[in-house]
Design a protein around this ligand. Structure first.
Ligand code: FER
Length: 283
């Protein structure tokens, strides 16, 4: 009886990969532009959204080695409540972080799509960003993403099809979206994660009503947050539920608040795991 209990405890411990912040931080210079390496390209795309009834825009980062003769997996990377499709590029410099990682051979080549996650006719982050219709538009984006944007991206670019080649990540409000939509559409995404996820994140029992299905279908589930972030309870709440149900995930608490210093570090970390045999211990 005692041995059985010990086994259960051991299995639960193994089910969670808790990354110690002190031995896992991006090194200095990770976000500094390097002149003498190859650089990726940023495109702006316009797609018609049946969901919203208007043309919408998104940014696309193509890797330095991009060739239309190859095909690529895709990371959909979502912004926060005060942002739009330019937020990551302006404040997170993902092109610089990823160019530097490619130069070191640390990434599986991928296309990164940065959409506008506020799916409404006027999707600018102006006026009261907390207005109910604006908050609601962050939920509406699920349909825009799955029915409008992904099909457009997969027609326009040489994209590897299927769940196994799609990742969905985001910061704060976008972290909640990534968890809600990713875990709610396990046949569409295999790599899912939230950075400093906001209160739009579904309650754990609604987010993961079927833990076994998540275990069977996901390649990576990532939840991270700065240790000084006022929203950390959301990430902790999700973590506790996942741990209780033995769902393997990366739970990464790092020094910092609710800001791009944390989110740039998250992108640096997570991009190295995507579309590979994920081993967070080897970063
Ligand atoms: C909230 C607090 C913060 C909330 C959303 C946020 C929907 C989002 C923050 C961000 O995206 O940075 O109560 O409710």
């Amino acid at each position: 009886m005692m041995i059985k209990k010990l086994w259960i405890i051991l299995l639960l411990l193994l089910a969670v990969i808790v990354i110690k912040a002190q031995n896992m931080q991006a090194p200095g210079g990770f976000d500094v532009y390097q002149k003498d390496i190859s650089h990726g390209n940023i495109d702006t795309i316009f797609y018609f959204s049946e969901t919203v009834g208007v043309k919408r825009s998104a940014l696309v980062y193509l890797p330095p080695s991009f060739s239309s003769k190859k095909s690529y997996p895709v990371l959909y990377l979502l912004h926060g409540i005060g942002g739009d499709e330019y937020e990551w590029l302006k404040n997170g410099t993902p092109h610089i972080i990823l160019d530097n990682l490619y130069a070191q051979g640390k990434l599986e080549p991928m296309i990164v799509v940065m959409p506008n996650g506020r799916a409404m006719k006027d999707d600018r982050a102006t006026g009261n960003i907390m207005d109910a219709d604006k908050i609601g538009a962050f939920s509406t984006f699920q349909s825009d993403l799955i029915h409008d944007l992904i099909p457009y991206v997969e027609k326009k670019y040489p994209v590897k099809p299927n769940q196994i080649n799609r990742a969905l990540f985001g910061l704060s409000m976008g972290g909640g979206q990534a968890l809600n939509f990713g875990l709610g559409n396990l046949d569409t995404f295999a790599w899912v994660g939230g950075f400093s996820s906001a209160p739009n994140t579904h309650l754990p029992e609604n987010l993961i009503p079927n833990p076994q299905e998540v275990k069977n279908k996901l390649k990576l589930l990532w939840i991270s947050c700065g240790d000084q972030d006022g929203l950390i309870n959301i990430t902790n709440r999700t973590h506790k539920y996942l741990e209780k149900h033995g769902v393997q995930h990366v739970f990464y608490i790092e020094p910092g608040g609710h800001d791009f210093k944390v989110w740039k570090n998250d992108l640096y970390m997570v991009s190295q795991l995507l579309f590979k045999n994920a081993n967070p211990d080897k970063l």
